[in-house]
Design a protein around this ligand. Sequence first.
Ligand code: HEM
Length: 215
Amino acid sequence: MSDAIAHFLDIVRRQREQPGPGLIGRLVRDHGTELTDTQIAGLADGLWTGGLESTASAIALGGHLLATDLAAAGVLRRGGRDDVDGWVEELLRYSSVVQVAFPRVALTEAELGGEQILAGVLVVCSLSAANRDARFGDSAPHFMPDRGPRSHLAFGHGLHRCIGAELARVELRTALHRLAVRFPRLRAAEPCRVTGAQLSFIYGLPAVPVLLDGG
Ligand code: HEM
């Protein structure tokens, strides 16, 4: 992440001289006097980190489900709008790729879930736990693409709710539906060894070994 910030700072400094056609150039042109280099680099980094690893990880986890849960793969392959949308919403809930929301600071004292929260303390909400809340019933730990409309917290909540949520949905619907249709015999390679990503608060799979034609 430090390397990424340094990379964006370098671009911002160059675009102070000659603003490019993209987001950084536009921020320099329209808000260059109000924002420091570090702030513009931070905004660019937020979009880049927020938009890349999260969606890439969700696609990898969806691909793994396609290769291992053949009944679920069949629902996605049917390809009706409700099938695809429901599949992706359930994937977002079930995989909860961004495990925690951004930390919040309690402005006032409050009681939440039987816990006393003092004013000024840092509060971190586990999105993966919220997405397996008891209100989902016994089926919470299971992937059920035909679960029907249910709200989830995969994109967080409130003022800082994910700004890229709709883009992410379009990307996931397109990528996973096309993968299911293009490779109807997609299967996990045996033995399927899948390990979670290390050193990241985003839950991802560094590799998903599959056989494209079912082997
Ligand atoms: C599966 C894909 C994604 C998931 C699960 C996800 C999830 C999240 C979560 C949980 C937050 C924090 C919300 C909170 O604390 O209440 C967040 C914030 C954010 N996300 Fe995403 N995200 C995804 C894709 C994207 C994409 C595609 C973009 C942009 C291209 C993006 C850009 C951002 C930005 C800029 C923020 C900070 C918003 C703010 O502070 O106001 N995300 N995302």
